[in-house]
Design a protein around this ligand. Sequence first.
Ligand code: F6P
Length: 325
Amino acid sequence: MKRIGVLTSGGDAPGMNAAIRAVVLTAAAAELEVIGFEYGFNGVLEQQYFSLTPHHVNHLIQHGGTLLKSARCQAMFSDDGVRQIAAVLHELAIDALVLIGGDGTFRGAMALSQYYQGKLIGVPGTIDNDVDGTDFTIGFHTALDTALDAIDKIRDTADAFERIFLVEVMGRHTGYLAVAAGIAAGAEQIICPELAAELDTDKILQHIRSAQQYRGRCSYIIVVAETMYPGGASALAAELERQGVDCRASVLGHIQRGGRPVGADRILATKLAAYAVEQLLQGAHLVMAGEVNGEAVLYPLAKTGDKQKQVDPYLLAWQQRVAQY
Ligand code: F6P
């Protein structure tokens, strides 16, 4: 193996730069050339790439975003597009490709494997933590702290007015971020797909009323996973207002994707990306580098989107038990 490619694809996540750095440094130590493709798979298709050297990744570890930019690539949804991407990789003599992204990126890798003869390895980077085969994805811990910082601030103003707030967090179709942020912020309610497939406004109101009976007037924070209500937290707040409850909505949105990665994400990114390159050299193919119980592991890329990973069942059950107090 002489030349490997690396790209970041899908929603960016804090720590992707740390992963790029570890790919480049590990490759340099093994005398491999690294080609960095920009804008995910689009950069392969459009041949937007550059030779990535250790010089490029100097002092990169602390920065959010991704040096290689990111994108979602429409061409990956057509057979023709996938063939073209494979053809460019062959033309550039790329022996292996490291893909840093989430389950969408890994689905892309599986599609590419039909036409691309080189090796493919994934590194899980997404704030959603919705990838099987690793306890945590790169970016999740930073997004959690960002959400927490925002919710703590909302708590101050909520306390001052003894107000009810709905705080919408990202996570796509999962509640990993919602549950973690809700528990860590001491939210009174957490609404996420793992607790109920459909949101029940009567139940929300009932919980608010019993908490108010128990505690008297006080601030009350409900963390809502982004896909739980059509129109999001603002629409839900409007609905609760219609039912006589004065409340405010705050949508945290893309701030959760930005910022300096926290230590846990920098370390995870370094470990998984370094491991991915080392495993490529050992012949790994169509696998993702993950971490389970502190150990670096390889997991089949084809299974990363199976949704076997559970949101902490203990904390979920506990939250339900104490919600009314
Ligand atoms: O997958 C990361 C993520 O931030 C999700 O949490 C969110 O649903 C989605 O990406 C937002 O995507 P976009 O940046 O295209 O609005």
